[in-house]
Ligand binder design. Structure first.
Ligand code: MN
Length: 308
């Protein structure tokens, strides 16, 4: 989770095609699950509305639960849970209880406040591999009611020898049924053959690529794993050279024109909002309760010194 300092995320300045690489850093979640955190990084806080990307696994495990994240609160964002292997059980303060498997989407809209837990179920496949993403909510929606959606099936776009599952937003004229509050794309691209893959892009969006598995090159530049490649805006498309079975995430969206603050599990606009949300969680108000057999996660100490 983000550091104790409030992280200031001003609107980005890039307005042209670029290629910038940002290695992920290692972080440890409650329950000791180790993740690679690709967003936010100090030099790249947002890609469109996407403000958080953790990649975990693949790990093989025995009887112990590798993921056991007790109840914790969110405000001002959507959480996007996307699995590549294994299962995760989601519970939230709206009463939702939802097991998610690869190819399915759990989308939780925090709005003014929600709490949830995420854990590997007791009977599980013994493998875990996935990504956890956050989308910043625009000002007009961020104080609204919380919500939760599960999608069993998502649309697939064929890109030559590759297939792209549209997780959230739109790609090449195909749109995910999941509720998005700004224009964006989040897609999982898998190469079915060796060769070139042309990915259509929206010129108005900024985009990034994140290699999950395999060998993919972008204009003779081999993509490293655990690295976010920021592509800027102003591209009609990008051509990748991929080995069969390779997999990568495409994230993008209209540059998020609002300056946001991130702290712990909160996305806000002012230090006071962050402090109020923290206080409400510690006091047991606002966020409701989650039917979870275990401890809720206490908020870390809050330092209102902004990290620029
Ligand atoms: Mn969460």
């Amino acid at each position: 989770m983000p550091s104790a300092d409030v992280l200031e995320c001003p609107p980005g300045a890039t307005s042209a095609p670029v290629l910038e690489s940002y290695p992920a850093r290692q972080a440890t979640l409650p329950g000791e699950l180790i993740v690679r955190r690709a967003l936010p990084r100090s030099a790249r806080r947002l890609v469109g509305p996407w403000c958080f990307l953790d990649h975990y696994g693949p790990i093989a495990f025995g009887v112990d639960r590798p993921m056991a994240i007790g109840p914790h609160p969110h405000i001002g964002l959507q959480t996007v849970t996307w699995l590549l292997e294994g299962e995760v059980l989601h519970r939230d303060s709206l009463g939702s209880e939802q097991l998610i498997r690869p190819g399915q989407l759990n989308l939780m809209t925090a709005g003014s406040g929600i709490a949830h837990s995420e854990e590997t179920p007791g009977r599980n496949s013994g493998r875990l591999h996935g990504v956890q993403l956050w989308v910043a909510l625009p000002d007009a929606r961020r104080r609204g009611a919380p919500g939760f959606e599960h999608h069993d099936e998502l649309p697939v776009v064929v890109l030559g020898g590759a297939q792209a599952v549209i997780i959230l937003g739109e790609l090449g004229g195909t749109r995910s049924p999941a509720t998005a509050y700004s224009r964006m794309v989040g897609a999982d691209i898998v190469a079915r053959n060796d060769g070139d893959v042309h990915v259509p892009l929206d010129r108005a969006f900024e985009h990034a690529l994140f290699l999950i598995d395999g060998d993919v090159a972008l204009v003779a530049h081999a993509l490293e794993p655990s690295t976010l490649y920021y592509l800027g805006t102003g591209r009609d498309g990008v051509t990748l050279t991929a080995r069969r079975g390779s997999r990568l995430l495409l994230l993008g969206g209209l540059p998020f024109g609002e300056r946001i603050l991130m702290w712990w599990n909160f996305v806000g606009r002012t230090p006071d909002e962050i402090a109020d949300a923290r206080n409400d969680w510690e006091q047991g108000t606002r966020f409701g309760s989650v039917a979870y057999d275990g401890e809720r996660i206490p908020a870390p100490p809050l330092s209102l010194r902004a990290q620029r």
